[in-house]
Write a protein that binds this ligand. Structure first.
Ligand code: ZN
Length: 261
């Protein structure tokens, strides 16, 4: 290992599980080392001073000691808690979903600093959305995250030329194939797994090419939202080759909460 025996590192707590009587195993996401697994000893004791700094989704500065199999958390100082998103079921589920995506797509010790920055930015957007009781922008932030995640991992969907015949796509309804990795012209539509409306295609292109801050305020009806959500899920599922635990929960909380205006 290149790093020293004890080192300081910034991390977000992606996942945590109980271990033994009072310990926790943490999955950490760090900008420089990617995903790391660590143990926090004694953290479930009421006297633990580290506990509050190692909650799920917390961004913290940690002091880690290199262990044989797991790193050991020797100190933890929370820097950002995202306290609003925790209090809102829909937003908390959204945060859990993004964390699960990162956890499933990344191997251990495979650094992705841009994805790390995007992940933090997404948690901030969800936190602001929860504070404002606003789901429309938060929904968009999740789709933006999904598209950029695919991009970062080398699975950028092709939305400009037909993935069947390589001709530039014209402004018309088209299809989409996760296997071929992008949109299809009407002539190649028999290869499509899903239909892709022109409106859906335009929104996906915007999300793929605009920076978040430059995105116009989009007013999307339920049909387009459903289309985009289902299409991205299909693309993610194709690359993951399995379902995510958070998907059924996301679906349930979306149906239970008031529909976004
Ligand atoms: Zn074609």
């Amino acid at each position: 290992m290149a790093h020293p025996r004890v080192y300081s590192i910034e991390a977000i707590i992606l996942r945590r599980g109980n271990f033994g009587e009072a310990d926790r195993i943490l999955t950490l996401f760090t900008p420089t080392q990617g995903k790391i697994r660590a143990i926090a000893k004694g953290i479930r004791r009421t006297t633990s001073r580290k506990a509050g700094h190692l909650e799920l989704f917390t961004r913290a500065q940690l002091l880690l000691a290199s262990g044989r199999e797991l790193e050991v958390v020797t100190q933890a100082e929370g820097r950002e808690q995202f306290e609003h998103l925790r209090l809102d079921l829909w937003h908390a589920t959204g945060a859990w979903y993004t964390a699960e995506l990162v956890d499933r797509f990344l191997e251990d010790a495979d650094p992705h600093p841009r994805l790390y920055a995007l992940f933090i930015a997404t948690l901030r957007r969800l936190d602001a959305g929860a504070l404002a009781h606003e789901q429309t922008q938060s929904w968009l932030a999740l789709r933006y995250f999904e598209l950029r995640l695919l991009d970062e991992l080398g699975y950028r969907p092709n939305l400009h030329t037909c993935v069947g015949c390589d001709t530039p796509l014209r402004p018309e309804d088209a299809g989409y194939s996760a296997e071929l990795g992008g949109a299809l012209c009407p002539a190649c539509a028999p290869l499509a797994q899903r239909r892709l409306s022109l409106r859906g295609l335009k929104v996906l292109r915007l999300l793929q090419t605009s920076e978040w801050e430059a995105l116009p305020r989009l007013r999307l009806d339920g049909t387009v939202r459903e289309e985009i959500e289902a299409l991205l899920r299909m693309a993610l599922r194709f690359h993951l080759d399995r379902d995510l635990k958070s998907w059924p929960f996301l679906r349930r909380v979306t149906m239970e909460s008031a529909p976004p205006e």
